[in-house]
Design a binder for this molecule. Sequence first.
Ligand code: NAP
Length: 507
Amino acid sequence: MLDETFTPHGKHLIAGEWVSGGGTFSSAPVAGSAHEFSNGTPELIDRAAKAAEEAFWSYGYSTREQRAAFLDAIADEIEARGDKITAIGTAESGLPEGRLNGERGRTTGQLRMFARHIRDGAYLDRRHDEALPDREPAPRPDLKMVQRPIGPVAVFGASNFPLAFSTAGGDTASALAAGCPVVCKGHDAHPGTAEIVAEAIHAAIQSCGMPAGTFSLVQGGSLDVGKALVQHPLIKAVGFTGSLKGGRALYDLCAQREEPIPFFGELGSVNPMFLLPEATKARGAEIGKSWAGSLTIGAGQFCTNPGIAIVLDSEADAFVDAATAALKESGAQTMLTEGIASAYQSGQSRIASTDGVRELLATDCGQRSASPYLYETTGKAWLGNETLGEEVFGPLGLAVRVADVDEMEAVAKSMRGQLTCTLHMDDGDKDTGQRLMPVLERKAGRILANGFPTGVEVSDAMVHGGPYPASTNFGHTSVGTMAIRRFLRPVCYQNMPDALLPGDLAE
Ligand code: NAP
């Protein structure tokens, strides 16, 4: 039984103080009482950004060990509030208790992973070209290079990961690890969860003696808050997970600034799966059943949800029948917000009314719940209508029945940028796999064989990003240790006396 005693006070955390301001909005939990939260305002963003800049002058020059201890302390503080976080997180998001507990473990795991990563120091990519004073025709100076933190970073809490991609999630953890203070804009879908996690970060700031402006949380309330955040001249980069529409609007604002800044947006994808002929023949039904499981996990509210399956028409029946049967068994699930449930319904109507699309399974959805839908179409219809490749956020699948491997390759080439692409293949499919591979490498940040893309490992080799619109910066990842690179920039020191070098180079 959870200890559910956390009652949010509804305030923003600005530079170590809990403050109100800007009117209020109500949370919309699926269980328990709603609470009032102060709206964010551009003025609060300004205060938080100025405090972050002030904090940077010491936090940005803290030692790696100090920051690692701070990240570990945040993880400890989150664990100390474990049941309360799960209780408010499940009430606000509608996600089950097991998922919130797992996501909390992932969040603290990420914080501790970044602590280990910066203690190790390899991420600094230190380089040294020794001076060659006698080199002809010109001497070479002594050159040293190291990665330095960029300054205050803005983070947008994601609706679909109230913990692992929100207040103390991967963007915040990687920015703090790099040495960058964070101004976080909370998501209206889970303001109480944001508040209790901010409380944990605040406690760690105090116990570790970090400057108060190292972390601020400004709750949402209106689009003005997000706009003010990305446009603030003291903000040097943005971490974002959300919709293509919202992400693109914020990306454009970043590009239009007098000093443009990088916007690291993870905007989702349809994560196509290509079923190669031999694998489909041998185990089409098994793949179809597992696809249904991956499609419906978390009510399909994952950026890695595999919404599209491309399969040879001649081999497709067993796969499609098994997926239909398994999806029929899957009931309705609560969605993160009414807005997301309504967007799911609109997306489903769009697919259902597209020429050449046939319905295989349709169900009834409630005001804030989603049931699975399954459709099929032909390769020809897909190639004639690019809107079929737009993400429907929720448990909806579309099987694309292609005439042959040539058409499968044409469908692969028609795909927009993706977070993931998957090949289901057996030994006899190697030639087809080799043919598709160069196409898929140009499309996705992660390519899987015989698996499902939901479930993103947090590790050194993970890439959670990809060509636009999967992300706005294809050279980066928002999951795994490489995420820290987004908040660093290389600085070269020429003939610099040791006394003036940053501590990381002087070692
Ligand atoms: P969202 O609408 O993109 O919002 C994300 C954050 O950006 C929110 O804090 C939002 O502020 C802010 N924002 C959005 N547009 C803005 C603008 N023009 N100016 C300033 N701030 C802006 O995403 P969401 O609320 O999480 O979910 C909506 C849809 O996004 C879903 O139905 C789904 O299609 C998609 N989504 C995709 C993924 C993915 O990983 N692929 C994840 C989550 C959501 P406000 O809250 O104040 O509006």
